[in-house]
Design a protein around this ligand. Structure first.
Ligand code: ADP
Ligand code: MG
Length: 462
């Protein structure tokens, strides 16, 4: 090669582009690299231009390594690639220069650039490596959703569109969506799978509006093979986003691309969503995830405990599955605490330590015991009438059980003294306080009484 060609020029740049086209393929080339134009060059830095910031960031994050490699083949002295944003008029937009370092450095740069000036470069969210089908425990409450997710992930053709997964918080929707994405990537790495939250979709859309770059926004989404939007309830009441989502949705369905949606409710129950969008969303397969059962919770805990490689006695796992019924995320959090403890202390956790370590979580769940239940149980236990709990009668035979009930209301529920007083026939909070003190005192002096009250407490809590 000619010695003078130690720097680049537009001819060499065209050759580089041709080479890149062979490497990345027509489609990707036309979508992304075609618009790269030679701008200037000195010995070590090649400056090229693109028409939008979005394109600049996209190229920098996805194609920088390839471009730099090809440049280096043409010119061994080449060190750095700089991308600037140039308007149609030929004017470089100030402050848009971006030196493209290697891919690792790019990542951190990208985060900064998203926050500061650029319109985000990557419109999908990263996938969580823990959320795979292998790590998903199947039980009655989620078997339909699981089967549907598997089917979509393995299908060669689009069968139901969209797949709509719905269920309460922490029941595995995001896990299943990630699992679908991993599976598709594994089976066919060519397919372009994009996973993002509805919130991020909206954010991108709003940014695009602000930067008057709707066309690029649309192209991004419409070049996808599989689009997954998580927590779609988020766009309820946000009309512009819904409008755009609706169009994107239709465009993708028309091209026979797979769409997967999750939400906390069924399409028809989603609030603030236009009817036509609801009916679109419900037009494929709807699979709901039911609240977990005891068996499923235990299954999940067994699997997760085993993955952690720490031994937690079955009794303790059973205890957790009984106690933490709200959602899997919370249960996992509880397990993590126990695992951390077991690892630190070096011996297995017992139910007692679990109870102690998870006090706050367990208490939150104990709230479910109502004052009415306490009154009923206590009245039964002491064989008095329920109405005596609220009556003004002061005889010892009813006053003491009433005090016990107040004490239990205070220690089991999260109700305040005045609230408790109100439930006991409108008594004053000082009366409740007095009752609590009295019972505490009796408990320390009378061991039979103490056992009696503790027994009542355990019955109420279980
Ligand atoms: P959602 O998106 O429905 O709110 P996630 O998918 O984020 O819930 O799940 C919350 C946590 O619970 C995650 O860590 C997930 O791995 C776990 N999880 C939920 N269901 C299961 C399951 N059936 N098997 C294994 N892990 C599960
Ligand atoms: Mg989720």
């Amino acid at each position: 090669m000619n010695k003078d060609v130690s720097s680049f020029n537009s001819d060499i740049w065209e050759k580089i582009k041709q080479k890149l086209k062979k490497e990345v393929g027509e489609t990707a080339f036309n979508n992304w690299l075609k618009q790269l134009k030679f701008n200037s060059s000195d010995k070590e830095i090649l400056t090229v231009s693109v028409p939008t910031k979005f394109l600049r960031d996209w190229i920098a994050t996805h194609y920088a390594d390839k471009i730099k490699r090809v440049c280096k083949e043409k010119n061994p002295d080449f060190l750095n690639l700089k991308i600037v944003v140039k308007q149609n008029s030929g004017r470089i937009i100030p402050g848009t220069e971006r030196i493209v370092k290697n891919q690792e450095e790019n990542k951190s740069l990208d985060i900064r650039s998203q926050q500061s000036f650029s319109y985000p470069g990557d419109f999908g969210a990263p996938l969580d490596p823990r959320f795979t089908f292998d790590n998903f425990v199947v039980g009655k409450p989620n078997e339909l959703a699981f089967a549907a997710a598997k089917r979509v992930a393995e299908a060669e053709k689009v069968t139901f569109n969209p797949l709509f997964l719905y269920g309460g918080v922490g029941l595995g929707k995001t896990h299943l969506m990630n699992a679908i994405a991993w599976e598709i990537k594994k089976n066919n790495s060519e397919r372009k799978v994009i996973y993002l939250s509805a919130e991020k979709f909206m954010y991108q859309f709003v940014r695009a509006l602000r930067y008057k770059d709707i066309a690029t926004f649309k192209d991004q989404f419409r070049s996808i093979d599989v689009l997954m939007i998580d927590d779609v309830q988020f766009i309820g009441g946000k009309e512009n986003t819904q409008e755009e989502f609706f169009h994107t949705f239709n465009a993708l369905v028309e091209q026979n691309r797979q769409i997967i949606i999750s939400a906390d409710k069924s399409p028809s129950d989603l609030e603030g969503l236009e009817e036509r969008l609801k009916s679109r969303l419900g037009g494929g397969l709807i699979a709901d995830i039911h609240p977990t059962t005891y068996e499923l919770r235990l299954g999940i805990l067994l699997e997760k405990a085993q993955k952690r490689g720490v031994e937690i006695p079955l009794k303790v796992l059973e205890f957790l599955s009984h106690k933490i019924t709200s959602n899997v995320r919370e249960m996992e959090g509880a397990l993590n605490r126990l695992v951390a403890h077991a690892t630190l202390v070096g011996r297995p956790v017992t139910i007692e330590t679990a109870q102690e370590l998870l006090q706050d979580l367990l208490r939150a769940h104990d709230k479910k015991v109502t004052i009415e239940e306490i009154q009923k149980k206590v009245a039964e236990h002491y064989n008095i009438r329920l109405t005596d709990m609220y009556s003004p009668r002061r005889s010892r035979s009813v006053a003491r059980p009433r005090q016990v009930a107040m004490y239990l209301a205070k220690s089991i529920t999260s109700r305040s003294l005045p609230e408790i007083g109100r439930k006991f026939g409108g008594r004053d909070h000082t009366t409740v306080m007095h009752a609590v003190r009295k019972i505490e005192e009796l408990k320390t002096t009378d061991s039979i009484f103490n056992e009696d009250v503790e027994l009542l407490k355990r019955m109420l809590e279980n």
